[in-house]
Design a protein around this ligand. Sequence first.
Ligand SMILES: C[S@@+](CC[C@H](N)C(=O)[O-])C[C@H]1O[C@@H](n2cnc3c(N)ncnc32)[C@H](O)[C@@H]1O
Length: 277
Amino acid sequence: MNSFSEHELEVLEGKRFEFGKNWLQFIKTLNNERVKVAEKSLLEFLNIENLKNKRFVDVGSGSGLFSLAAKNLGADVVSFDYDSSSVACTNILKNKYYENDNNWKVFQGSVLDKEFLSSHGKFDIVYSWGVLHHTGKMWEAMENIITLVNSEGKVFIALYNDQGATSKKWLKVKKMYNSGFLGKLIIGSVFYTYFFLNLLFYTLKNGKSPIKYIKEYKKNRGMSVFYDWRDWIGGLPFEVASNEKVVDFFIKNGFALTKIRTTNGLGCNQYVFEKKL
Ligand SMILES: C[S@@+](CC[C@H](N)C(=O)[O-])C[C@H]1O[C@@H](n2cnc3c(N)ncnc32)[C@H](O)[C@@H]1O
């Protein structure tokens, strides 16, 4: 029998970040403006005008914001997440905006569960933003999502950028944060202060208002700076991927890259791949 990888062990030991709790806080800040930003991000990356007559799966739906955006754009949506609070969050949005609509279904399930995945058919758009690197088995999750794609369908994913030694340091920070009350207190105090000072320094150096920056942060996928910080400090399991490896993987599996947006620092690289016939 193969031994477990350190990321699989984190999952087995329950040392995973409670993403859903963060999302339950985040949706209190949700408004029409954030939903419109999320819709715009889908249209821009997928290079489409709407999602009418498309099947869209939101793998690791989190708050459910992007499922809602896809639904508003006309798609039939399936959302699922491993974390019960994330599922609750997605259901809150579904019940608020599309209560009796059978063309949006929400499930609790894992991208690592092949039987669960095969029960939902194929999709025109497989969306999984910031999820696969938090499963404990990123490459297996990647193998699994490609089985969901229709012929000529698209995959839109975001994965943490591989920063080499820096990524290894971040892994240590996240592990400490998830180690218990004291870890959370120490890491939380140090890194929220660090992020805040960094924000002040960056904005003032560039002659911008820090308050305006925080307010405008929602232009970034409709997200909120504080909940993103918490997700960043705590998000465990945590794996990273280089652009080369991700692009090679999809090309080897019969996809073509149609859009890429990369980062040099912390955060995610974003990719859209299209399945070739
Ligand atoms: C950083 S959040 C991203 C949420 C959402 N996709 C977004 O873009 O806002 C990561 C989500 O992945 C979910 N997740 C982690 N492991 C998963 C798994 N094995 N299967 C499905 N979802 C998973 C977490 O519960 C969490 O809601």
